[in-house]
Design a protein. Structure first.
Length: 435
């Protein structure tokens, strides 16, 4: 049995140890750090400067943020909202005296932010991000470096050009009702559709058939375009204007001018220009000849609906479907049945043929000795006439239902129009995945 005096001593020791522990905790608990950054709703503006980059002025007016007087990039705005959803506090303070600013990413070349409205009065350098959750900052000239509980790099680490909204339009492709291109005082082309799922039609030049893929490519590029840079508008004079109209009646006129293989674009109310990359410039500065329907047989014919194929010439060919919708070769006479898959593959290539250009008019006699390609479908017939030579291994061609539309088809198309019997008999090779 433990002696009573020993038990009392043990109790006293325990109390003393507890008291020492509590005293130690009280002495090591850090004092709250008063430095904080305000929530975005309290900030009126920010000016961002960084070595080698132009300064960027962010301003809030009527609840909307702008960058250098232009609409702010939506992703940049979203990042600011995420980081500054509430005020941002600090969890560490380090004395500047004796510290190396570069160790904290706070050297003279660090990004510097000056706040207007709420926020520190002195410029704030943004330094190294720790664990993707905390950021070292230094109020320039202040006595302490702070570690803030936020990833400020997410909000501020972007080139100056990427603060401005680099889109040409903010609506979607289904909103577009009409497109118009003018060059100087002359309207080059104008296209319109009655609904989002309706085909494009040329209003001008009247009578031309609009290529759905081609005009649709202009519309698709317009809504997805992103400038690669933002440049000065000094001396800018547009050589063309692309005007887009939505079904809701909104109109946006975009001034354009080539810049090497790039394209400069000026939006209404913008002080600076957007410089668009080559792959977007090709579509947005397209001329009417590039937007015409180039499919030889048009969009209405598909391999599934064709019942008969008859090609005249030195090697005539006639294919017909039987009652089971299987293909058979009627001309020339062959003992072997063709491969349905091979015929369908060739027919898809035939129906996919595209003109390489157009002729303004055909000379008399161009189609006097024409070779005909006839496709029957559902009791109707489409006939293509292959006429006189045109340039290097090309020929003029026209459909009998669109005689004024004289196309130029190249040598590769002529090869498709003359398949060998062996090609139609052999099972096609397996296509690679995704083909």
């Amino acid at each position: 049995m433990i002696d009573r005096r020993i038990a009392v001593l043990l109790v006293v020791d325990a109390v003393l140890l507890a008291a020492i522990g509590l005293s130690s905790l009280r002495e090591t608990t850090p004092a709250p750090i008063p430095f904080r950054l305000p929530a975005l709703a309290e900030i009126e503006g920010m000016t961002l400067t960084r070595t080698g980059q132009p300064a960027v002025a962010l301003r809030r007016a009527n609840g909307e943020w702008t960058a250098d007087g232009a609409p702010i990039d939506p992703y940049a705005h979203e990042a600011l909202r995420d980081v500054f959803a509430g005020s941002v506090g600090a969890d560490l303070a380090v004395d500047v005296a004796g510290a190396d600013l570069d160790d904290y990413g706070l050297g003279e070349h660090a990004l510097t932010v000056r706040f207007t409205g709420a926020g520190p009065a002195e410029p704030l350098r943004i330094g190294r991000v720790v664990d993707g959750r905390r950021t070292f900052v230094w109020p320039v000239g202040g006595a302490q470096i702070y570690r803030l509980r936020a990833d400020l790099g997410q909000a501020f680490d972007r080139p100056a050009a990427q603060w401005v909204d680099r889109r040409l339009v903010t609506f979607g492709i289904k909103d577009i009702a009409a497109l118009e291109m003018t060059r100087g005082e002359r309207r080059d082309w104008s296209a319109r559709r009655g609904a989002a799922d309706a085909p494009w039609r040329f209003v001008e030049p009247a009578g031309l058939e609009a290529g759905q893929d081609e005009v649709g490519g202009v519309a698709a590029t317009l809504v997805t375009a992103r400038a690669e840079s933002v440049v000065s508008a000094e001396g800018f004079a547009p050589t063309a204007t692309l005007t887009v109209e939505t079904f809701a009646g909104q109109r946006v006129a975009i001034g354009l001018r080539p810049d090497g293989d790039r394209l400069l674009a000026r939006l209404p109310g913008r002080a600076r220009l957007l410089r668009l990359p080559r792959h977007q410039a090709v579509f947005l500065d397209a001329r009417v000849d590039a937007l015409r329907e180039r499919r030889v047989f048009g969009p209405e014919l598909t391999p599934e609906v064709v019942d008969v194929v008859h090609i005249e010439g030195e090697r005539p060919l006639r294919l017909e479907r039987d009652r089971a919708r299987r293909w058979r070769i009627v001309q020339p006479a062959v003992d072997e049945a063709p491969s349905d898959a091979a015929v369908d593959q060739w027919l898809a290539a035939l129906l996919g043929l595209r003109a390489v250009g157009f002729a303004e008019r055909a000379a008399d006699g161009t189609f006097a000795d024409a070779r005909r390609v006839m496709l029957d479908h559902g009791g109707e017939r489409v006939t293509l006439e292959i006429g006189a030579p045109f340039g290097h291994q090309a020929r003029l061609a026209r459909r009998d239902d669109r005689r004024a539309r004289v196309m130029v088809i190249g040598a590769s198309a002529l090869d498709v129009l003359a398949p060998t019997i062996e090609r139609l008999l052999a099972e096609p090779a397996d296509q690679p995945p995704g083909r």
